[in-house]
Design a protein around this ligand. Structure first.
Ligand SMILES: Nc1ncnc2c1ncn2[C@@H]1O[C@H](COP(=O)(O)OP(=O)(O)O)[C@@H](O)[C@H]1O
Ligand SMILES: O=C(OP(=O)(O)O)[C@H](O)COP(=O)(O)O
Length: 402
């Protein structure tokens, strides 16, 4: 279904430059292990086992932010996942990088420094301009082939993602292949039965964009999270009060009220809203209330209620395909995880085709002891996943296809 070349098309024994997305949370300067390392390790291991000289590029954070750090720690974490040494050189494309690349033997792995430490990486420019940068012109001649595995960064027109494919024969890595296929399935595949989409999380515009793009493809949207509350408010329920320190409702309501109302008017039959909601009572316990009994906007709701979970689970059970974007509640707090965990468990127990995306939502899978193997695909992409769902083409994928 794709027209890009994959690792199956690579001739053995070459010098390959591989772009990964190891962008990770950083706490007190310490890079946190996460599933991006685990997934990319498969591509890296395969290349090393096939005796390629493997040179890796990746980014971390953005200049000016606390998360903008060296990739030295990433080399160690990735090495643990690959089961082989991953050497590191603190240079992106200068003499030290070139010399470390030239010293590699077949089967050895080297990670270059954070691509965003190179001035030419970040400005969003077209692939032709990126291919002319000194970064690409200096590094490309040291390689026979370029592999892009960084699906989750493929919406960025940065040199390491779009410049090299014009300078070298270009291939998709295993993560790129799998993510592309799963995340475009909703737009490109025809399913025999019902297609259901669970939408929640904190960003109303993401939810609106997905619903607008997919109203022809999805039979039922199950709403929750902050986005679901904004739809309930449009439906006349007095909800949408922030918990202290958060500012999630009023600006989003102002910016999106008209669109939400017209979505309800146009596609009301496809949209299911919570029947009940959960909140924290005076004893700090989870309590629930039917939506019809809410009279005033006097408290923050942090999850959908148990009747909603049962209803949503029943819809999931009779679906042929289920896609998830966004959490149904504040699942990081165990008291308010029932909605998110309930729908994920329902998906994991049926044999429907399923894709779970969005960085935060997919974290709930391991937090609550579920297994990734029980889902069709768990995406490691955030922004790129949303773009794929809404039919937007990803520039990093397009250059590989060309
Ligand atoms: N009612 C709610 N109140 C506060 N936070 C919520 C609520 N519902 C969902 N969330 C939060 O939404 C986050 C996920 O939002 P978002 O970033 O939009 O989705 P994702 O990261 O899955 O793409 C979760 O971390 C969750 O805590
Ligand atoms: O983590 C990433 O995106 P995501 O947070 O949307 O999943 C990518 O590495 C892109 O990073 P960027 O959003 O700093 O360009």
């Amino acid at each position: 279904m794709t027209s890009f070349k994959t690792l199956d098309d690579l001739e053995d024994g070459q010098r390959v430059l591989v772009r990964l997305d190891l962008n990770s949370p950083v706490e007190d300067g310490e890079v946190q292990d996460n599933r991006r390392f685990d997934r990319h390790a498969e591509t890296v291991r395969e290349l090393a086992e096939r005796d390629f000289r493997v040179v890796l590029m990746a980014h971390q954070g953005r200049p000016g932010r606390d998360t903008f750090v060296s990739l030295e720690q990433h080399a160690e974490i990735l090495g643990d996942h690959v089961g082989r040494d991953v050497a590191f050189v603190d240079d992106t494309f200068g003499d030290r990088a070139i010399s470390a690349i030239n010293d590699l033997e077949g089967g050895e792995i080297l990670l270059l420094e954070n691509t965003r430490m190179c001035d030419e990486e970040l400005p969003e420019e077209d692939p032709e301009t990126k291919a002319e940068t000194e970064f690409v012109r200096a590094l490309a001649p040291a390689f026979d082939a370029y592999v892009n595995d960084a699906y989750s960064a493929a919406h960025r027109s940065h040199a390491s993602l779009v410049g090299f494919p014009l300078a070298l024969p270009a291939y998709a890595g295993r993560v790129m292949e799998t993510e592309y296929e799963a995340n475009t399935a909703i737009a490109e595949r025809a399913f025999d039965g019902e297609v259901t989409m669970v939408v929640g999380g904190t960003k109303a515009t993401d939810v609106i964009d997905v619903m607008t793009a997919l109203e022809d493809k999805v039979d039922t949207f199950l709403l929750g999270g902050i986005a679901g509350e904004l739809f309930l408010r449009a439906d006349g329920v007095p909800v949408g009060r922030d918990i202290e320190g958060m500012d999630l409702f009023d600006d989003q309501w102002e910016a999106n009220e008209t669109t939400i109302r017209s979505l309800i008017d146009d596609y009301g039959d496809q949209i299911r809203l919570a029947l009940d909601l959960a909140y924290e009572d005076e004893d700090d316990e989870r309590a629930e209330i039917e939506v019809g009994d809410i009279e005033e906007k006097d408290r923050a709701f942090l999850d959908v209620g148990s009747n909603t979970v049962s209803e949503y689970a029943a819809t999931i059970e009779s679906s042929e395909a289920v896609f998830v974007k966004g959490a149904l509640g504040l699942f990081e707090d165990e008291r308010f995880a029932d909605g998110t965990v309930g729908v994920l468990e329902a998906i994991s127990e049926t044999d429907c085709f399923s894709v779970v995306g969005g960085g935060d939502t997919s974290r709930a899978i391991e937090m609550y002891g579920m297994s990734e193997d029980d889902f069709g695909h768990v995406s490691i992409a955030g922004g790129a996943y949303i773009r794929a769902l809404t039919g937007e083409r990803l520039v990093g994928v397009e250059v590989l296809r060309e």
